[in-house]
Design a protein around this ligand. Structure first.
Ligand SMILES: [Mn+2]
Length: 384
């Protein structure tokens, strides 16, 4: 049977690290996929007698996405050690070079598209890398961590351990909106069965809280739980999802869940504040094909959600930006049929950077170019 490239190699390396009592650092993205990936790996490592020296989740609002130099700074004194990165790392050529120079062995477990130049990690598990012949490519990072855990644990894995890791694999797979195909179908079905009987106080707490208990059907309830766990809020270096899923008691978990719910409410209010403002702005611009509007008084991180709402409302591509002193940072959303990235490509000379996926992307622009950018987007929309 085909295996994901380097899966066995990664499992053997981790087993060796445990046997030799090497220090192991688990580094994950701070969203639910990253957190669940790390927790699956932690369980596998623990159940073969290992332990984790440090967990690290970068705070995206403060230090950005991926393996960060700030993180490496805090790892001084740890090498020689094994650094395992989940749901990020494949784009961190420079940082991984630094990690190697510091004396780390590095394993990357990522599901993002690989860049032309791969980082010089010791082992890379990413089904999208050249030479990976495993037929299915659309795993969440946690799907890969789950496969890796099975590879580490082998056939002797107990039912309770199996359930414990598949419920985590379910959470990350749904949260990252991976297609419900092939291996993901098994993960989702088995995960849905397992999660109702979870041993985790954090998940038990969700199922017992009235906000979630009143939702009809397990699948809908799980979706709502995922929305909360995906809050991406990092306190003392630990994302909310990590704190809930590792909470020692239901009471403690409920406390954290309530905090996350409160933060979600605040964020929602700000998103609607932006939507209302933009509705006023676009009044009288009905003949425009594209919405491009800015604000200097809202959090950049709310713009994407606001743009999503507006694009569904007006059936037009929406580009919103946060105005800073010289430059603006923007977020774009569009319905099927309009490629927000291609559109920006046609205006690339006006932009500092841009990138993302056709329905959801981002950009940075000098303030003096905004008017020209608007005209350029209109031209693109008319031709496409
Ligand atoms: Mn992911």
């Amino acid at each position: 049977m085909q295996k994901i490239k380097n899966l066995t190699k990664a499992a053997e390396r981790i087993k060796k690290a445990v046997a030799d009592k090497e220090r192991i650092i688990l580094y994950g993205d701070s969203d639910l996929d990253g957190v669940s990936s790390v927790l699956v790996a932690e369980q596998a490592i623990r159940s073969i007698g290992g332990s984790i020296e440090t967990f690290y989740f970068p705070d995206r609002e403060k230090e950005g996405y991926g393996i960060t130099k700030l993180a490496l700074e805090t790892f001084k004194g740890l090498p020689p050690a094994l650094l395992i990165a989940f749901d990020l790392g494949i784009g961190n050529v420079e940082e991984i070079q630094i990690a190697k120079e510091m004396g780390f062995d590095v394993i990357i477990v990522d599901h993002h598209i690989v860049p032309d130049v791969l980082p010089e990690a010791d082992i890379i598990v990413d089904p999208k890398q050249p030479g990976d012949n495993y037929p299915f490519k659309e795993f969440a990072a946690v799907g890969l961590s789950y496969k890796l855990a099975h590879e580490i644990l082998g056939k002797d894995i107990s039912d309770s351990l199996k359930n414990s890791i598949v419920e985590l694999a379910l959470l990350g797979t749904i949260s990252d909106m991976m297609p419900r195909e092939e291996d993901n179908i098994t993960i989702i079905q088995e995960g849905m069965d397992a999660i109702g009987e979870s041993w985790r106080p954090g998940l038990q707490a969700f199922f017992e809280m009235s906000e979630f208990a009143r939702i009809d059907g397990r699948e809908a309830r799980v979706e709502e739980i995922i929305t909360v766990l995906n809050a991406r809020e990092v306190t003392n270096g630990l994302p909310g999802a990590f704190r809930v899923l590792t909470a020692p008691t239901k009471e403690k978990a409920e406390e954290i869940i309530n905090l996350l719910l409160e933060q979600m409410r605040e964020k929602k209010e700000e998103v609607w504040d932006i939507v209302l403002l933009m509705r006023e702005r676009v009044e009288g611009k009905a003949s425009d094909s594209v919405i491009l509007e800015g604000t200097d008084s809202h959090d950049f991180y709310r713009l994407g959600s606001a743009a999503s709402i507006l694009t569904k409302e007006y059936h037009k591509p929406v580009y919103l930006y946060k105005i800073a002193e010289k430059e603006s940072l923007g977020s774009a959303r569009a319905e099927k049929g309009f490629n927000t990235v291609e559109a920006m490509k046609s205006c690339a000379n006006l932009l500092e950077t841009y990138g993302g996926h056709p329905p959801a992307s981002g950009f940075r622009i000098k303030n003096e170019n905004i008017e020209k950018f608007k005209k350029c987007l209109e031209d693109y929309a008319k031709q496409n």
